[in-house]
Design a protein around this ligand. Structure first.
Ligand SMILES: N[C@@H](CCC(=O)N[C@@H](CS)C(=O)NCC(=O)O)C(=O)O
Length: 226
């Protein structure tokens, strides 16, 4: 463990290592804010920039991914695990339902959103049309296939949401923290009208954006910030 993490200056502060535009960094920020926790974020440690896959990064996350949570001496990676850790570390504001059946539903949708929905919406669609290669890496046939997968996936998510205020019921949970940044980025895709075609997802996103956490996190991304 690098010495700076053990430095008392950082002890028990929360820092989310990762750029603010990362959808999963945004998920952890939403979770923190919904729990009333202040956390700094960015691809830096104590003000010192950390390059993706640099030795400093790989010491904290061997696979070279973000986000990574630093809480005092504790280092945690994997977005859902980070959020569950936060509920263990700060149980008085736990966002995990007490009821076992309700907790199972949240775990199930959190897993589905962070694996399947993320793959179909972010990795195979948004990053390919608007990522660093700006659409040049996708053929019209691949684009049509990726769009069909997004349509299919949003229909399933909209069905799960139904008339409920949140994805798994009456309260904000990990499933919402994971889903909201993905929907926010879809909504920002010019001319696509994804959420309008899959109501109530559009209204749901607007409700999440109106919350104090959403007002801080679900905003236009700054791709220049470290
Ligand atoms: N399973 C990981 C996935 C993390 C992930 O894919 N992060 C992206 C940014 S949103 C990343 O680090 N991409 C760079 C890479 O995979 O090399 C999690 O849930 O945190």
């Amino acid at each position: 463990m690098p010495a700076f993490i053990l430095n008392s200056e950082f002890a028990m502060t929360l820092h989310i290592l990762g750029p603010g535009y990362s959808s999963l960094v945004r998920s952890v920020r939403l979770y923190c804010l919904e729990k009333g926790l202040q956390a700094s974020f960015g691809m830096h440690l104590g003000g010192t920039p950390v390059a993706l896959r640099s030795p400093e990064h790989l010491r904290l996350q061997p696979l070279g991914q973000v986000p990574v949570l630093l809480h005092g001496e504790q280092v945690v990676f994997e977005t859902a695990v980070i959020c569950r850790y936060l509920d263990q570390a700060f149980p008085e504001t736990s966002l995990t339902p007490v009821d076992a059946r309700a907790a199972l539903e949240v775990a199930q949708w959190a897993s589905a959103v962070s694996s399947t929905v993320d793959a179909r919406v972010i990795r195979r669609y948004l990053l390919r049309i608007a990522g660093p290669k700006g659409g040049s890496a996708i053929t019209p046939e691949e684009l049509a296939q990726a769009q069909a997968e997004v349509e299919f996936t949003l229909a399933a998510v909209a069905h799960q949401l139904g008339e409920k205020p949140f994805l798994c019921g009456e309260a904000f949970t990990l499933a919402d923290a994971l889903l909201a940044p993905m929907l926010d980025y879809l909504e920002r895709t010019p001319g696509a009208g994804w959420l309008a075609r899959h109501e109530p997802l559009g209204a749901y996103l607007q409700r999440l954006k109106a919350r104090p956490s959403g007002q801080q996190v679900l905003v236009a991304p700054d791709f220049t910030a470290p």
